[in-house]
Design a protein around this ligand. Sequence first.
Ligand SMILES: *[C@@H]1O[C@H](CO)[C@@H](O)[C@H](O)[C@H]1NC(C)=O
Ligand SMILES: *[C@@H]1O[C@H](CO)[C@@H](O)[C@H](O)[C@H]1NC(C)=O
Ligand SMILES: *[C@@H]1O[C@H](CO)[C@@H](O)[C@H](O)[C@H]1NC(C)=O
Length: 315
Amino acid sequence: MDFLTLTLIILATQFMNLCHGAGIATYWGQHGGEGTLAAACATGNYQYINIAFLNVFGNGRIPQLNLSSHCNTSIHGSCRWIGDDVVACQKKGIQVLLSLGGGVGTYSLSSTNDAQEVANYLWDNFLGGGTSNSRPFGNAILDGIDFHIKLGLSKNYDTLAKSLSSRSSTHQTVYLSAAPHCPFPDTYLSKAIKAGVFDYIWVQFFNNPSCQYDTGNSTNLVHFWDKWSTANAGLIFLGLPAGVDAATSGGYVPVDVVVTEVLPEIMEGPKFGGVMVWSRYYDEKTGYGAAIKGGLDGGDGGGHVSSIGIAIILN
Ligand SMILES: *[C@@H]1O[C@H](CO)[C@@H](O)[C@H](O)[C@H]1NC(C)=O
Ligand SMILES: *[C@@H]1O[C@H](CO)[C@@H](O)[C@H](O)[C@H]1NC(C)=O
Ligand SMILES: *[C@@H]1O[C@H](CO)[C@@H](O)[C@H](O)[C@H]1NC(C)=O
């Protein structure tokens, strides 16, 4: 391989890395009728998938997953197949994170020690540590942890985030994401976000009348987007319902409005990461993610950057 070819390959790889930023994230796990995780990844529509939820943890509780009817960890090995799906997704370059929290469950972190213990549990059971038989998804190593904290106390999530982040090594990065509501700052996550260790923030611009899209009017959404853009995090995503039924208190933005009005207003900033669609179940029914995907090209770190990389290789 000559020097020029090598240089071009390195450049192209760097462009590809940049391009990994823009894309679509979603949540999988809250509805038995949404198909498998691997099928979600096979659509090619998503770059990030959060497995939802680990909805019991902290304060000495035995952590529990709630993956609706997909599987139940109290039946030994019943969730193992998800590990195979995780690996299949990762082979396609999709990052798979475990989401903590959700709107139903029992969770809180009673002290910094408790936060450390939960971090240890996550590391041993879902991330790079431990090879125990009791890992719910077997030996699959998830890409990171999503903080979807909507209940309980807000304390000690900064400690949990820092503890998880500190386990990143040259060998393996532990990615961290947060899913705050759109009012800024978020009640549960602002302190953790301020710690500056989150790679992605998918802000929920739905079920929040004060900051979401209102029929024909994106003023509030854009106003709060600008506030979130100042958050100390890698990439910020616009979180939207994948259909009218996906949000109980509104926030649905029709496809043409997202593509022609909303995205052009927000995607130029350096931290724009893409869109989070809630959830895989609704997205499968509506095709929302697939329909807005084209509108994401041209954002910072978006498709145009990777085409430069490819053009160089072809030349
Ligand atoms: C699991 O979560 C769903 C909703 O997300 C809820 O309806 C159900 O009661 C939960 N089950 C358990 C055992 O927590
Ligand atoms: C799993 O099964 C156990 C025993 O049947 C049940 O008590 C528990 O609620 C189930 N968990 C979920 C998340 O559905
Ligand atoms: C859009 O919403 C903003 C904020 O609520 C309001 O001030 C503005 O008048 C609205 N614009 C239109 C055209 O209704």
